[in-house]
Design a protein. Structure first.
Length: 333
């Protein structure tokens, strides 16, 4: 079967646990860190528990499907009830599963504090065990790749280097820390690269606390001619560079109430990519990507409030966004 896009990445079942844990701030001469605090040996009551499907591969698959692209998900699920849960969630969104099942499905425990900050305990399970024999022929012009580790990462690199599809890549901090030289066989094939500020600094071997020039950071990331690079930086907004021109969108609107951050990065990257695939200018892709991320930020769960295409168009018309651009650029399908 032919698809518009195939997403490759992790699949998990996410358990969101709201607790009354305290935050501890540690300041040194060179760093500032906040930690969740639980009393040793105590029993912590959970105020609310929510269960959803998650993982970068399935989060972005849902985003693409709701935006009107015929989508398949390639990954590895366990032969267990949590794997069934993920498959049911994909089927409900009209997404085809073209991976394999073996072992145990990945699980994440998302611990929320009194200030809605969170820490994630992640069990990768089958996500790390995608084998070359598990990968079918890719019949899609585009592939979106998010974080994969261990055996799965090598399988994906081999796939990308021997295929002709166009590639969008949103690495995790684990992959970004490998740097350009190690990632070069894959990165040189990328058409759209999306990272947050931390990942970009890791990728370039820079000090996150000292590199404050975001436009320069984005230029440095654009290693491949023609590659479109986006760097997100939370409240400071998003910078995009295509090798010649910059586009910048300011931070989310000041009245935005952030309830849960999980999945917002996936929402932005997938929506930004989908808009470019549809032939829209970068300014529109940036606007739609931020709008979908803002929708996710206002609700619990990574997928529940991902928007459909018409909803994004309505938001764009009713809430114009301040975007500074030197030109309107389009990525051809």
């Amino acid at each position: 079967m032919n698809y518009d896009i195939v997403t490759i990445g992790s699949a998990t079942v996410d358990y969101f646990a709201d607790t009354d844990s305290e935050l501890i701030r540690i300041d040194t001469r060179t760093s500032h860190e906040e930690l969740l605090a639980f009393p040793l040996g105590g029993k912590i009551l959970i105020n609310e528990l929510n269960t959803t499907s998650g993982g970068g591969g399935t989060n972005t698959a849902v985003a693409f499907s709701r935006l009107g692209l015929h989508t398949a998900y390639l990954g590895k699920l366990g032969m267990d009830a949590t794997g069934d849960f993920v498959l049911d969630a994909l089927a409900a969104e009209n997404i085809s599963f073209i991976g394999k099942r073996a072992g145990k499905t990945g699980v994440s425990f998302v611990l929320n504090s009194i200030r809605d900050d969170r820490t994630i305990l992640a069990y990768k399970g089958a996500n790390n065990c995608l084998l070359p024999a598990d990968v079918p022929a890719i019949t899609a012009p585009w592939v979106y790749l998010s974080s994969m580790l261990e055996q799965s990462w090598q399988t994906v690199v081999d796939l990308v280097c021997t295929s002709t599809f166009k590639l969008a890549f949103n690495p995790s901090s684990y992959q970004a820390a490998m740097g350009y030289q190690q990632l070069r066989p894959l990165v040189d094939r990328v058409s759209i690269l999306v990272m947050n500020r931390e990942e970009a600094c890791l990728f370039l071997g820079r000090d996150e606390h000292q590199d404050s020039d975001l436009p320069e950071l984005v230029r440095a990331l654009a290693q491949v001619p023609g590659q479109i690079t986006a760097v997100t930086d939370g409240a400071r907004g998003v910078w995009v560079y295509d090798g010649k021109d910059h586009v910048h969108a300011a931070s989310p609107r000041p009245d935005l109430k952030i309830l849960e951050t999980t999945g917002a990065g996936d929402a932005f990257a997938a929506t930004f990519t989908a808009a470019l695939i549809r032939g829209l200018p970068i300014t529109s892709a940036l606007d739609y990507g931020m709008s979908n991320a803002e929708s996710v930020l206002q609700h619990k769960g990574a997928k529940e409030k991902l928007l459909h295409w018409e909803e994004l168009l309505d938001i764009s018309r009713s809430n114009p966004r301040n975007i500074v651009s030197s030109s309107a650029l389009v990525l051809s399908h």
